[in-house]
Design a protein around this ligand. Structure first.
Ligand code: HEM
Length: 510
């Protein structure tokens, strides 16, 4: 090397070093949002409980405020406890808050990141989201109203006839609706593999994606550990769960494609419409994106809806006065000679308030689905590092006594029939920014159909024991990404023989 290059390189090195030293002296170190003090190395890992995590976060909100900073084995987490801050960051700065965390267990190992629910913000996410958004937009969902209403009626009629089946019947009817609109397949019963497989996939999803459940998410090197080593059981679990996701996603798609040719598939349905539009000429990538988009719809539309409907039944069992008021509204607006339909929504503000209060009282996804930052951000002087997991504590926002006085009480009257107030709840429950739930309008129809059909035709009452004493259910919830009331019993008692007759009227399969 010539003398010139040696001295230039040396000068460059010196300059670089000086800039680095000056920067470290004069650049203030980042100020992160406040949060509980962690331990060396593990950070806050031991302070975050796996059970009812949102309650712990809510406690911390009282101590540290709207933004809480946690670090688990080097991974920064930002918990948002205020609706305003959630909107400021996740909605208004969506350009950098729309990624998903890299889930090593749920994504790399099990494969849930094939669906756009967990996919990074990029090609696959965009393509899949576009497919779904066009099929479930406010202008397209009315074509499914008939199906949603029919299944709501079947649900109520079957539970009246067999109270013990209430929880499994809810699952079956909700799955029937979503699988029918996704694949054109009408479920044959609760042992149909097109029902049991996605249910298993969803159960696994909730456990696979719950923050803090898997050590490999914070220590990714573990994914390469040999299968014979003690502690590698999670790899076996991942392999088994992967097969479940693949079967649950590909089998109904392949049926749907064939069903389109044989005429067996009910129309319209998401897969059928896309395949038909392409004239059978889908590229490999288009087909792949369709399979996983459909899988996301099936996954997104099952457990969330079941959670909301189970919470509705639990609340009705405990609040007969709410049922009486809702029924009076339905009788006054619709009368008793027909059943309410989804198109009656606008004229039933109290029934809509019952639905909204159900979402508020226990949002199906209390901590939302984590977003991730694709760049560093500064908010109100605090540094939000690139790659942070951002968890909106929706449960806390909806139980903040300043916005919702007496938040533990189930009180549909709190909205005073105002759609603006109700919208504030659904705007949080269905997520944020570019990742907000694309199934909102569809879910709104399914759940309204069930709630209004129940309230117009029967009373929800507690089960009675052998001595005739009412078994009032205890309120407790499971943990995980999507939460459910712990199993409880209730019965549906029809208001009249006329109500029963309307529920039993011959229904078409749609
Ligand atoms: C009570 C019913 C439902 C609730 C409470 C709910 C809630 C949510 C929430 C909180 C998110 C995460 C949003 C975010 O990241 O900020 C989400 C995403 C999603 N939901 Fe729903 N959802 C429901 C029903 C549905 C239905 C019926 C579908 C199918 C049509 C669906 C499909 C999806 C999909 C595909 C995503 C991922 C969106 C993305 O990452 O871009 N959901 N949902």
């Amino acid at each position: 090397m010539s003398e010139y290059w040696t001295s230039t390189a040396f000068a460059g090195l010196l300059l670089g070093l000086s800039v680095y030293v000056l920067k470290s002296i004069f650049q203030p170190s980042p100020v992160y949002p406040p949060g509980p003090r962690g331990l060396p190395l593990v950070g806050n890992a031991l302070q975050v409980p796996q059970k009812h995590t949102w309650l712990k976060f809510s406690e911390w909100a009282k101590e540290y405020g709207d933004l809480v900073y946690l670090k688990v084995l080097g991974q920064p987490y930002i918990v948002i406890n205020s609706a305003i801050v959630a909107k400021d960051l996740l909605d208004k700065r969506s350009a950098i808050y729309s990624d998903r965390p890299h889930f090593v267990f749920a994504g790399d190992l099990v494969g849930y990141d094939e669906t756009f629910v967990l996919a990074p913000y990029g090609h696959n996410w965009k393509k899949q989201r576009r497919l779904v958004a066009q099929d479930f937009s406010p202008s397209t969902v009315p074509r499914y109203f008939g199906l949603q209403e029919n299944e709501a009626r079947r649900l109520v009629r079957n539970v009246i006839g067999n109270p013990g089946s209430f929880s499994s019947e809810i699952k079956l009817r909700i799955a029937t609706v979503i699988i029918r609109v996704t694949y054109g397949y009408y479920l044959k019963g609760d042992d149909d593999p097109f029902f049991t497989m996605p249910l298993r996939a969803m159960e696994n999803f909730s456990r696979a994606s719950a923050p803090g459940n898997w050590l490999v998410d914070v220590l990714p090197v573990l994914k390469d550990m040999p299968a014979w080593m003690p502690g590698s059981g999670f790899l076996k679990t991942a392999t088994q769960w992967r097969k479940v996701v693949w079967d649950a996603s590909w089998n109904p798609y392949l049926w749907s494609k064939k069903g389109l040719e044989t005429g067996e598939a009910f129309k319209p349905n998401l897969c059928g419409s896309v395949v038909a539009e392409s004239d059978g000429q889908l590229s490999k990538d288009d087909e792949l994106q369709l399979v996983w988009a459909a899988s996301a719809v099936m996954g997104g539309g099952m457990d969330t809806n079941m959670s909301a409907v189970l919470t509705f039944f639990l609340m009705m069992t405990l609040h007969p006065e709410v049922q009486t008021k809702a029924r009076a509204e339905i009788d006054a607006v619709i009368g008793q000679d027909r059943l309410p339909t989804i198109s009656d929504r606008a004229s039933l503000p109290y029934v809509r308030s019952v639905m909204t209060e159900t979402f508020r009282w226990c949002p199906p996804i209390p901590l939302g689905i984590a977003h991730a930052t694709s760049d560093i951000d500064i908010y109100k002087g605090y540094t939000i590092p690139k790659g942070s997991w951002v968890l909106p504590n929706v449960w806390h926002m909806l139980h903040d006594p300043e916005s919702y006085p007496d938040p533990e009480t189930f009180k549909p009257e709190r909205y005073k029939g105002s759609d603006v107030e109700m919208r504030k709840v659904t705007d949080l429950v269905f997520g944020f920014g570019r990742r907000a739930c694309p199934g909102f309008h569809f879910a709104d129809g399914t759940i309204f159909a069930i709630i209004s059909t129940v309230l117009s035709t029967c009373d929800v009452v507690p089960e009675i024991d052998d001595n005739g004493k009412a078994l009032v259910p205890e309120v407790d919830y499971t943990s995980g990404t999507i939460v459910f009331p712990q199993p409880f019993k209730c019965r549906l008692v029809a208001h009249s023989s006329q109500a029963l007759a309307m529920l039993s009227a011959e229904m078409e399969r749609l």
